[in-house]
Design a protein around this ligand. Structure first.
Ligand code: PMP
Length: 407
């Protein structure tokens, strides 16, 4: 099988080549945000140096160039997700914005008093709080799919929660806190049996798993560009056409209208109905460069590299006395959350930084999951295809030194 040329790949990511606290940077915080290849950084400056203009209404050359490039990213995304049309790709500012959009439009129109919304115990706060807000406003209830000690959702309990009062099920494809890959095919089809729609939070899946929104029968799928080697400030909402068409607009303003008068306003067609105001043109265009970049890497080789990193790091970490991996689902991405007896996760993170190693510590915006496991937080190492086995060796060595320092 094909393997990746990691040195060549690493050469594409300028940020990786630096010393942090007098040691070569080891970036193991890819679940928080991924690094950007030079192609993305170049696309950003090329846009501002050559094409910067407002889009859609301009008739001059720069406006046309900017519009074409912006809309090209939408086309690339439709292909990337296998969406039936580009109109169903809506640009947002991120996963959080996409979930709030669906909560405030689909939720506001379809969730009533006594209805139910199901989330899981594995969710990021951004897939909990927007639902709590609309549930509170409407007098609806939030129900929670429980999670096992290993970090696997309890599908039997989920089945028991489903009933015709459930209007929406909101779960992540992959857990950011512990890496579990959730059985979304089953989650979606079970929801559809009771007439509920499903929002899948793909923030942690898009960089690791192929997503075909039609094959998966997705109602709504949301993610952030910055977790897929693209810029911050851009997100994507995919929705089924009939749902998006029936939903009221979210924010009002320019671009989202057809005609405005004081006697009444008509709204624009998809996708513009949901894109009020000047969007993040530059970053959307640069995100197109990120999509080209990742799609040029053979996906089997990419997955093999990440799987090998996960297996290697898991085995090495397990050998450390007192270390416990939190989240041992059989299906998981290259994310390892762990705790160590008697040591606060934050102390580990602070000391690893002294060795130039970036990991995440804390609750990972998943406090209900931490409560479930009775933890204040974990240390989380999350890998991308540009990480190496040598980095894992040095990480484990420095972790051992850190534990000695902490006594
Ligand atoms: N959901 C999940 C599973 C995530 O990992 C994140 C980012 N940590 C979010 C939602 C929120 O994404 P953003 O902050 O880019 O809106």
């Amino acid at each position: 099988a094909e393997t990746l040329n990691i040195d060549q790949i690493r050469a594409d990511f300028p940020v990786l080549h630096q010393q942090v606290n007098k040691a070569p940077l080891i970036y193991f915080d890819n679940a928080a945000t991924t690094q950007k290849p030079k192609a993305v950084i170049d696309a950003l400056s090329a846009y501002y140096e050559q094409d910067n203009a407002n889009i859609h209404r301009g008739i001059h050359t720069l406006a046309e160039r900017a519009t074409t490039a912006y809309e090209l990213t939408r086309k690339k995304l439709a292909a990337f997700l296998n969406a039936p049309s580009t109109d169903q790709i809506i640009f947002t500012s991120g996963t959080t914005a996409g979930i709030n959009l669906v909560a405030q439009t689909f939720g506001r129109a379809n969730v009533g008093k006594g209805d139910q919304i199901i989330v899981s115990n594995l969710e990021h706060h951004s897939n909990i709080v927007p639902w709590q807000m609309i549930a509170e406003e409407k007098g609806a209830e939030i129900k929670v799919i429980p999670v096992s000690d290993a970090g696997v959702l309890d599908i039997e309990a989920y089945k028991a929660l489903l009933n015709p009062k459930v209007k929406l099920v909101a779960v992540n494809h992959v857990s950011n806190a512990i890496g579990t890959i959730n059985p979304i095919v089953e989650i979606i089809s079970l929801a559809h049996e009771v007439g509920a729609k499903v929002l899948i939070d793909g923030a942690q899946s898009v960089a690791h798993l192929a997503v075909d929104v039609q094959a998966l029968d997705m109602d709504f799928f949301v993610f952030s560009a910055h977790k897929l080697f693209g810029p911050t400030g851009v997100g994507v909402l995919y929705g089924k056409r009939d749902l998006l068409e029936s939903m009221p607009p979210y924010q009002g303003g320019g671009e989202m209208i057809k005609e405005v008068s004081f006697s009444g306003t008509t709204y624009n067609e998809l996708p513009y109905k949901f894109e009020a105001g000047t969007p993040n043109i530059a970053d959307v265009i640069a995100f197109g460069a990120a999509l080209d970049y990742v799609q040029a890497i053979p996906s089997e080789a990419l997955a093999a590299q990440e799987e090998a990193l996960l297996a290697y790091a898991t085995q090495k970490l397990q050998a450390i006395p007192g270390l416990r991996i939190v989240g041992t689902a059989p299906d998981k991405i290259a994310v390892i959350s762990f705790v160590i007896d008697g040591v606060h996760p934050q102390d580990i993170g602070v000391l690893l930084d002294k060795f130039g190693i970036a990991i995440r510590t804390g609750h990972h915006c998943a406090q209900p999951l931490m409560q479930r496991y009775e933890l204040v937080g974990t240390c989380r190492a999350s890998f991308a295809f540009y990480n190496t086995f040598e980095e894992i060796d040095r990480f484990v060595l420095c972790l051992e030194k850190t534990l000695q320092m902490l006594g």
